[in-house]
Design a protein around this ligand. Structure first.
Ligand code: EPZ
Length: 420
C-alpha cells in the first residue's frame, strides 16, 4: 500500500484547479440508468470511487468510455439488475443504482452496504421511501431484493435529511406514475446538481435545494451532456492547507457559493478568502489562527465532510475550540492520530475539545477514512519534521491527486509506492 511522506514547514504559494465533485458524479452516473442512450459528461474527476461506480454500471451491461475527464455512458441496454457485494462493499454509494433500476426495470438486486469506519450508516430511509412508492422489498443473503411493476408517486417524509436517500428516491420518482413529494429532503449542492441533470433529461422536478421536493413522474427520459460541478470539499480542504501554512493560494474553478458555512468559519479563524472575477478564489492564511467552535449540520450548515480537516487547523489555534459531530456517530477516528502528532484533543461523546498547541511534530500515522486521511496530511504540512501517512487508498477514493496539487503549491510532499 502506498504512503505519503511530508516534510512540514513549507508555506503554500501558487494556484491549483479544483476537480469535479465526487459526490455529484456518483448519483449523476447512476441516473443514466433512467434513460436509454449515450450520455456525455465533462470534468469527471479521476477517483477510485468513480472507477467503482463505473464497474457497477458496466456490470449492469451499460457501456462506458472514458477519455481523460470526458465520459461517454451508453445506457441503451441493461442486461441484468444486480449490484454485487464485491463492488458494493468497496463503495456504499453503489446503493444509488437501486432507485433507478427499480424505476427502469421494475426489479433490482443490490447488496446491502455494510457499515463503515464512520458509522453504521443504515439505509432504512431509502427502503421506506421505495416501499411507499409501491416496491416490494425483501432482504436475503445480504442482498436487497426489490420488485415493482411500476412505482407510483407517494408523499415521503425523511426522519433525517439523507443525501443519497433523497437522491435515490428523487431518481426513482422521475419515472413513477403520479406525483412524489419528498419532505425534509437534503439540500446539498450535489442534490441540486442531480436534479438539474434529471430535468435536462426531461424530468419534472420542483424545489431541489429546499426541504420540500416535488417530482411529477413522466414516461421516459432522454440522454444528456453535462459538466460536473467542482468539488466543494476538495476546495475546503485546500483552504485549510493555506490556513495551516500561512500560505497565499489561488483556487481555480472554486465553488465558493456552495461553501458559505465553511468560509465563515475559516474567516473567523483569521483567514482572508476573497472571490476573484474569473470564478477563482484567493485564500490567505495568517500568522495567528484564532480558535473557532464548529457543529456539523446538514447543508447549508457546516459539512461533516470538512470536520476532520477543520480540526487539524484548530490544533494550531491560539486557545480552545469545540467541535461537535452531529451527523455520524464515529467520525473522530483521526483524533488519536492527531494526538500522536502532539495535538491536545479531548473527546466527550460527539464533542471534541481542542486546546491549540504551539507546534505539531511529524510522525508515522494511519488513515482510516477519506477525510481523516486528508486531515493527517494537512497536519503534516504544518508539523515539524517528517509525517508518513499510510493507507492512502482511502485518500485516492475521493481526492484527485491531492499530493500532486499540494506539491504544485510548494509543499514538500511525495507518494512512496509500497516496497520502495
Ligand atoms: C453522503 O452520504 C455523502 N456521500 C457523504 O460523503 C456525506 O458525509 C454524507 O452524505 C453527509 O453529508 C455521498 O454523497 C456519496 P446521509 P450518505 O444519508 O448519503 C443517517 C464523503 O466523505 N441515515 O446523508 O450516506 C446516517 O446514518 C462521504 O464524501 C439513516 O439513519 O449520508 C447519517 O447519520 C462520507 N438512514 C445521516 O443519516 C438512512 O436511510 C446522514 O447520512 C440514511 C441515512
Amino acid at each position: 500500500m502506498d504512503k505519503i511522506v511530508i516534510v512540514g514547514g513549507e508555506r503554500l504559494i501558487g494556484e491549483v484547479e479544483i476537480s469535479g465533485s465526487k459526490n455529484a458524479t456518483l448519483p449523476i452516473f447512476a441516473s443514466t440508468i433512467l434513460n436509454q442512450g449515450e450520455n456525455i459528461f465533462h470534468n469527471v474527476p479521476n477517483l477510485k470511487d468513480v472507477e467503482t461506480i463505473g464497474k457497477v454500471l458496466r456490470n449492469l451491461g451499460i457501456r462506458i468510455e472514458a477519455e481523460g475527464k470526458k465520459y461517454k455512458i451508453d445506457s441503451s441496454e441493461i442486461l441484468n439488475d444486480e449490484a454485487p457485494y464485491e463492488l458494493v462493499k468497496t463503495m456504499r454509494a453503489s446503493i444509488l443504482v437501486l432507485g433507478p433500476l427499480l424505476a427502469r426495470r421494475g426489479r433490482a438486486t443490490v447488496s446491502l452496504p455494510g457499515g463503515c469506519a464512520i458509522g453504521a450508516r443504515p439505509i432504512n430511509l431509502h427502503l421506506m421511501g421505495l416501499e411507499a412508492m409501491g416496491a416490494k422489498i425483501e432482504l436475503s443473503r445480504g442482498y436487497i431484493e426489490a420488485k415493482a411493476d411500476r412505482l407510483r408517486g407517494a408523499s415521503i417524509s425523511f426522519d433525517i435529511p439523507t443525501v443519497t436517500g433523497t437522491e435515490n428516491l428523487m431518481m426513482a420518482a422521475t419515472l413513477a406514475k403520479g406525483k412524489t413529494v419528498l419532505q425534509n429532503a437534503a439540500m446539498e449542492p450535489e442534490v441540486v446538481e442531480l436534479a438539474n441533470v434529471l430535468i435536462k433529461m426531461g424530468a419534472k422536478i420542483k424545489g431541489a435545494g429546499t426541504r420540500l421536493i416535488e417530482i411529477e413522474g413522466v414516461d421516459e427520459l432522454h440522454p444528456v451532456e453535462h459538466r460536473i460541478i467542482p468539488d466543494r470539499i476538495e476546495a475546503g480542504t485546500l483552504m485549510v492547507a493555506a490556513g495551516l501554512t500561512k500560505g497565499n493560494i489561488r483556487l481555480i474553478d472554486c465553488p465558493i457559493d456552495h461553501m458559505e458555512a465553511v468560509i465563515l468559519k475559516l474567516r473567523d479563524s483569521g483567514m482572508e478568502i476573497e472571490k476573484e472575477g474569473d470564478g477563482s478564489v484567493r485564500v490567505v492564511g495568517n500568522r495567528r489562527i484564532r480558535s473557532v467552535d464548529v457543529k456539523t449540520q446538514p447543508y447549508p450548515g457546516f459539512p461533516t465532510d470538512m470536520q476532520a480537516q477543520f480540526m487539524a487547523l484548530m490544533c494550531l489555534s491560539r486557545g480552545l475550540s469545540v467541535i461537535s459531530e452531529t451527523i455520524f456517530e464515529n467520525r473522530f477516528i483521526h483524533v488519536s492520530e492527531l494526538r500522536r502528532m502532539g495535538a491536545d484533543i479531548r473527546i466527550q461523546g460527539n464533542t471534541a475539545i481542542i486546546q491549540g498547541v504551539d507546534h505539531l511534530s511529524g510522525a508515522p500515522v494511519m488513515a482510516t477514512d477519506l477525510r481523516a486521511s486528508a486531515s493527517l496530511i494537512l497536519a503534516g504540512l504544518a508539523a515539524e519534521g517528517i509525517t508518513e501517512v499510510s493507507r492512502v487508498y482511502h485518500l485516492d477514493r475521493g481526492y484527485e491527486g491531492l499530493d500532486r496539487k499540494l506539491a504544485q503549491l510548494g509543499a514538500n510532499i511525495r507518494r512512496v509506492k509500497e516496497g520502495e
